[in-house]
Design a protein around this ligand. Sequence first.
Ligand code: SF4
Ligand code: SF3
Length: 541
Amino acid sequence: MFCYQCQETAKNTGCTVMGVCGKTEEVANLQDLLIYAVKGISEIVVKTNTSVADIAKINHEVIKSLFITITNANFDADAIEVQIVNVLGLRDQLAKDAGYQGNNDAATFTVSSRESMLVKAASVGVLATENEDVRSLRELIIYGVKGMAAYVDHALNLGKENDDIYAFTYEALAATLNDSLSADDLVALTLKTGELGVSAMALLDEANTSRYGNPEITTVNIGVKKNPAILISGHDLTDMEQLLEQTKGTGVDVYTHGEMLPAHYYPAFKKYDNFAGNYGNAWWKQVTEFESFRGPILFTTNCIVPPKNPEVAGRIYTTGATGFPGCKHIVADESGKKDFSEIIALAKTLSSPDEIETGTIVGGFAHNQVFALADKVVDAVKSGAIKKFFVMAGCDGRMKSRDYYTEFADKLPKDTVILTAGCAKYRYNKLELGDIGGIPRVLDAGQCNDSYSLALIALKLKEVFELNDINELPIAYNIAWYEQKAVIVLLALLHLGVKNIHLGPTIPGFLSPNVVNVLVDTFGIAGIGSVDEDMELFMNA
Ligand code: SF4
Ligand code: SF3
């Protein structure tokens, strides 16, 4: 196996025996083959000029396949094998229907068993591209497209789609098979990935807010109540809605975990009396926090940490693109409905959660809410009460070096405000950082995809202050990344013209030295240093 798609990749160069994430060699190889099959579909779509409007089922399965391969989403070899068979069936039917005459291997290879899949996978993974820079750019595009697919999948669950995004997904994946493209062509495609990333986040924002209302300032309880309860993790709001509907009046409470915290900010979910609060912290702390939660846990997306304790594993359920061997997977029916009754029944037999924290946190500062406060924010900037904003969105992770973000947030001057989104927030959202004239010093817009809100807020400020360039604003970007959704957020920011983004805790292992140089020279991308040095750098920039 060879995988270097996430921030925790072994030695920052690549996992080669077993993923640091817990992904086995078999799962890694099957994921490589699934991606290769999806590239084959893309090749056929592009070469035959197939209209994406005519292949809805294929669009959806391609998006799902990409999502399955995101870090910490699916560890279930059997489920991935089923998806490979499914996708190859769709590929072959498409080739026939569209009259594909080409002979690209990705579009034509056949496999007949798990064994033959694994043999094939060995020659089609990341290292199949020999040139280090071409490999780096191809993978950068693929990871961006994977992140985008996750957001598109959530929007699709809410009935919203965008054909331009599907068409680009095929274009981008087919391009990664094309040996005649130059490095410059691939750089251009990387930026286009960012452009479509903005579209994907806008689509999801529209899907979420049109169904659940605009996020608003909300105080979320982080302690526990006395009832038995279910913990829901991940990013999918339709799963959230269905779980709240089905637990209503059952005496079973629902708590959010990790990236589901922002569900509390949506008006539509506030009517549920059993929507009890948020339990725990960022994904990697689940190893201990799931033990003390006591009740069942539902994963709607990444990030799963392979459970070692069989008692905990017996309480974990997966749905959507996620999967873990031995954990029950809940499938939607044709209309998208899911039956969570087994989880609810299990919850009733288990104890209520052990309290691990008490108090509250405040969030809900997505674009609409911040625009409602615009006058106050603008006055604070004009009066000098707010000197600078720090966008500290992105992911959290296990590495000790991420303590940097807690220390950085803590040491920021009191006249600065942090704009955040994604699970990166757990590094500082429970610090007592106070407020500036009633504006909290940590403004949480929501999930990683709600980084879109942070971009809208920046564009709004640019307009209010009548600036020509987004980079003239008093906003610094100190972003933490872990998996591929952060890659698409980064590419989206680059597309919007944001310069001098600091990225940490490490520069992605999949970026070759030459590609890093391009990013440094063109966009001023930088890594992180010590907190004190970086603070001085940012405050004097
Ligand atoms: Fe390694 Fe990350 Fe790939 Fe897992 S997802 S195998 S930790 S690079
Ligand atoms: Fe976190 Fe996995 Fe990326 Fe949506 S839950 S941000 S890491």
